[in-house]
Design a protein around this ligand. Structure first.
Ligand code: NAD
Length: 410
């Protein structure tokens, strides 16, 4: 199944339970706009670099479309379609006044100099500036893009359209970014995990063991907050490999090591573990926090974790999802678990539009409130309908987007 088909598989599973009409189903699945652009540029060595950029805008019935930009060699139209549709359902699950979008550039940023990366980003904005905007489509960071990339987007867009900080979120705090955005997704993952474990009667985070795949923005902040809550992070990994220590990794020391070495590998006091082995460790909670499609029919039978929390987008294929259901391993779905990032992006957008700054404690409190309220809604639907949390999340989201779509009409 392609990424878009996977999301639509989950969508249809929920739509069947809801008795959604075929007409509304087609309206909700059909993407609003798909854009593919050439972002060629002259490289530092004088050669021509040819790159393709993508932006998919999936649904705008509940507000401006919102979603990240990813710089990775695997970026293509299908991946963008799948992730854009996930954003439609994610913003609806946490009840933000946004629709869904996603995009990126098919490039390995590790092969680019900082100047090439800046030129690439600016070229991309020149190509898509007329379809993004503070009330149209608001990009944000995702894999291999960060606050600096968002700053370049804001600057380039503002050169064409005038001062527009609200065109993009995840900006540096010194350039109209929001306090708390950098750590928001990881903070939200930990709030979500606490709600999930508590609701299932599994007890608090303190004393539980966790394995985290990916140690970028989401994985590293998740590790830090779990550690602060008394959780034992026994394994982490990145694209170069992983490390483990059954007694629990010293996360503050590991953060220092990773900042210097630019990888978690080689951390003293831990033994190596491959990315494949990490997914199969005997832990209380497995948290995939890197790329999609890592839990599949080939490894789901061997997963020994007692719970799965999807911090990454689409880490579980539908086949693996079915296997987890049969095996009684509860999965906290991505469209809820990692929604803390887009929630604080919403706060950043609100601050930019109102030109009024919120303090960090207000951001944290509002994020906590959004995540806990959303969990309560999902858990209620899951219980009433006797469905897994992913199906409950889609039921909530489809209900909200569906009602807006029908009220607006075609
Ligand atoms: P990032 O670029 O900061 O980090 C990605 C991490 O994954 C890095 O540690 C990288 O080394 C690792 N990685 C890459 N390829 C890997 C591989 N093949 N095996 C193991 N590790 C690998 O990206 P991020 O922002 O942390 O995003 C991670 C995931 O979370 C993505 O699925 C993204 O869509 C999702 N997400 C991010 C945000 C956000 O606010 N940044 C919000 C919601 C969801």
């Amino acid at each position: 199944m392609s990424g878009f088909e996977e999301v639509n598989y989950y969508f249809r599973r929920a739509a069947r339970i809801m008795d959604l009409s075929a007409r509304v189903e087609r309206m909700l699945i059909t993407p609003y706009r798909e854009v593919k652009v050439d972002v060629s540029l002259t490289l530092d060595n004088g050669d021509l670099g040819t790159f393709i950029g993508y932006r998919v805008q999936h649904d705008r019935s509940r507000g401006p479309m919102k979603g990240g930009l990813r710089y990775h060699p695997t970026v293509d139209m299908d991946e963008a379609l799948g992730l854009a549709s996930l954003m439609t359902w994610k913003t609806a699950v946490v009840n933000l006044p946004f629709g869904g979008a996603k995009g990126g550039i098919a490039v390995d940023p590790k092969t680019c100099s900082p100047r090439e990366l800046e030129r690439l980003t600016r070229r991309f904005v020149q190509q898509i500036h007329d379809i993004i905007g503070p009330h149209t489509d608001i990009p944000a960071p995702d894999v291999n893009t960060n606050a600096q990339v968002m700053a370049w987007i804001m600057d380039e867009y503002s050169m064409i359209h005038g001062f527009s900080p609200a065109v993009v979120t995840g900006k540096p705090v010194d350039l109209f970014g929001s306090k708390g955005r950098e750590e928001a997704t990881g903070r939200g993952v930990v709030v979500a995990t606490a709600e999930f474990l508590g609701d299932l009667g599994a007890g608090p985070i303190a004393g539980k063991t966790f394995a985290i795949q990916g140690f970028g923005n989401v994985g590293s902040w998740t590790a830090r907050f779990l550690h602060e809550a008394g959780g034992k992070v026994v394994a982490v990994s990145d694209s170069r490999g992983g490390i483990r220590n059954a007694a629990g990794l010293d996360i503050p020391a590991l953060l220092g090591h990773a900042a210097k070495a630019r990888t978690v590998t080689g951390f003293p006091g831990a033994s190596p573990v491959s990315n494949e082995e990490l997914l199969l460790l005997d832990v209380d909670v497995l948290i995939p926090s890197a790329l999609g499609g890592v839990l599949t029919k080939d490894n789901a039978h061997e997963v020994r974790a007692r719970h799965v929390v999807e911090a990454a987008n689409a880490p579980t294929t539908p086949e693996a999802d079915e296997i987890f259901q049969q095996r009684g391993i509860p999965v906290l779905p991505d469209i809820y678990a990692n929604a803390g990032g887009v929630t604080v992006s919403y706060f950043e957008w609100v601050q930019n539009i109102q030109q009024f700054t919120w303090e960090a404690d207000r951001i944290t409190a509002e994020l906590q409130r959004h995540m806990t309220e959303a969990y309560a809604t999902l858990a209620k639907v899951a219980r009433e309908r006797r469905v897994p949390l992913r199906t409950a999340a889609f039921i909530v989201a489809i209900g909200r987007v569906g009602r807006a779509t029908v009220l607006r009409g075609v």
